[in-house]
Ligand binder design. Structure first.
Ligand code: GDP
Ligand code: IMO
Ligand code: MG
Length: 426
């Protein structure tokens, strides 16, 4: 058995850290890229020589024709959206993607999942709203856990699919009726599945033999996480979470990789922070500084177009994220967005009910926590043309080194713009 070469790329904050651009960069010499959890709730921006793309369910490694891209067992797949995305890429760039495969075990997002996602969210009070992307992610994973999900393999076998849907639909239709929604017909779903089978049937495979062979022969594998740890269903701000595990451990599970095979975990974090959707977010700024971050950073959702909540870097949460993911290297993104801020703040602790915390507490306490900040002098210089560590302004270096110390890790990549080459490798 050779040495392993499995790299995971994970979000260290609340999502949208820039995972897509990091995967695109690292995929230049990757043999396999695997999306291991989540579905088309993701919005990963990739800007390269082929154009600008907002990817949802398609892995960010598809632009390298030599790379095999897998949507693995841990994901929730909407085939209609996958079709639209492939068409979108073809129309925009002329690229025909034929290096994409789906594991037989992946769960399928059915029309009733999307309907129920919206309906469940609309019943939640303002305070309880998760702000889901309404892509059916939660209801699909709910069915997975309840063992009434439809998997890609079921789509391949008409008889199995008919039997499973026949057993499931009475319950689904009861749920839909409860919310006053239109019920679904077995034959309509069978027809939909036939369409999916015709388009994707030969791309639905058992990925274990090929992934295992790649792992054991030391090929370069990239695991592409969706969202960030703060929305992890176990370790994030539950219940304002997604219904899967964006962590590196979730990558082992979702992609079928033994934990000891992971050689590098690249944690992606913005030089400040953003969050889309509900739940606590302790360093959120409600003033013009927050507006300025949103404006300069272009902080609007790739999937939903919603304005992102913006705030300072939370070093306590980032340190927790590095520990939980076993981060070996951090990619610090969007440093350039801070170029015109005179003062930059970093959260180093929280006051909660009169007590000082230097660790990340559970959701209930995050709700009432007040961040304690350290201040750094802004560099007030353009960093977008910097390509080496040495060329960065001294004050920017000081800020980066401070974050590195607080996260107890190494900041290996620093991005200073969205383009593929706007990256410093340190
Ligand atoms: P992901 O979901 O983690 O892949 O991140 P998103 O694509 O949702 O959000 C990141 C956004 O920041 C995208 O619009 C990227 O093009 C942009 N971006 C990434 N890195 C940088 C950077 O270093 N500087 C600037 N200005 N924009 C960046
Ligand atoms: P990427 O991969 C930012 C948020 C939603 C909501 C919560 C649950 O681009 O970082 P879901 O639809 O998953 O049930 O929603 O998670 N959310 C995201 N926020 N970026 C994403 O993806 C997101 N995917 C889901 O806003 O609060
Ligand atoms: Mg995103």
């Amino acid at each position: 058995m050779g040495s392993y070469n499995v790299n995971a790329v994970v979000g260290l904050q609340w999502g949208d850290e820039g995972k897509g651009r990091v995967v695109d960069y690292l995929a230049k010499d990757a043999d396999i890229v695997i999306r291991y959890q989540g579905g088309d709730n993701a919005g990963h921006t990739v800007i390269n020589d082929k154009g600008k793309f907002g990817l949802h369910i398609i892995p960010s490694g598809v632009f390298n024709p030599e790379t095999m891209n897998i949507v693995s067992a841990g994901t929730a797949v909407n085939f209609d959206r996958m079709h639209e995305e492939l068409e979108g890429i073809k129309n925009a760039s002329g690229l025909v993607i034929d290096n994409l495969f789906i594991d037989e075990r992946a769960h399928i997002i059915m029309p009733y999942h999307m309907a129920l996602d919206g309906a469940e969210e609309s019943k939640r009070s303002d305070k309880a709203k998760i702000g889901t992307t309404k892509r059916g992610i939660g209801p699909c994973y709910t069915d997975k856990a309840a063992r009434i999900g439809i998997r890609a393999a079921d789509i391949l076998d008409e008889e199995t699919l008919r039997a499973r849907l026949s057993a499931i639909l009475p319950k689904k239709n009861r749920d839909l009726e409860y919310y006053g929604l239109k019920t679904v017909e077995l034959e309509d779903l069978m027809a939909l599945a036939a369409k999916w089978r015709a388009e994707f049937g030969d791309k639905i495979i058992d990925t274990v033999p090929v992934v295992r062979d790649a792992v054991e022969s030391g090929k370069k594998i990239l695991l592409e996480g969706q969202l960030g740890i703060m929305r992890d269903n176990d370790w994030g701000i539950y219940p304002y979470t997604t219904s899967s595990n964006p962590t590196a451990a979730g990558g082992c599970n979702g992609a079928g990789i033994p934990p000891r095979a992971i050689t590098k975990v690249v944690g992606v974090a913005k030089a400040y922070s953003t969050s889309v959707g509900g739940g606590p977010y302790m360093t959120e700024l409600f003033d013009e500084t927050g507006d300025k971050l949103r404006e300069i950073g272009g902080e609007f959702g790739v999937t939903t177009g919603r304005p992102r909540r913006c705030g300072w870097f939370d070093a306590v949460a980032a340190d927790y994220a590095c520990y939980m993911n076993g981060v070996t290297d951090v990619a610090l993104t969007k440093l350039d967005v801070l170029d015109t801020f005179e003062t930059i703040k970093v959260c180093v602790g929280y006051m909660i009910n009169g007590e000082y915390y230097t660790n990340l507490p559970e959701t209930r306490l995050q709700d009432v926590a007040k961040p304690i900040y350290e201040e750094y002098e802004g560099w007030m210089e353009d960093t977008t043309k910097c390509r080496t560590w040495e060329s960065l302004p001294e004050k920017a270096k000081k800020y980066i080194l401070a974050l590195e110390e607080k996260m107890n890790t190494h900041i290996t990549y620093i991005s200073v713009g969205p383009e593929r080459d706007q990256l410093i490798v340190r």
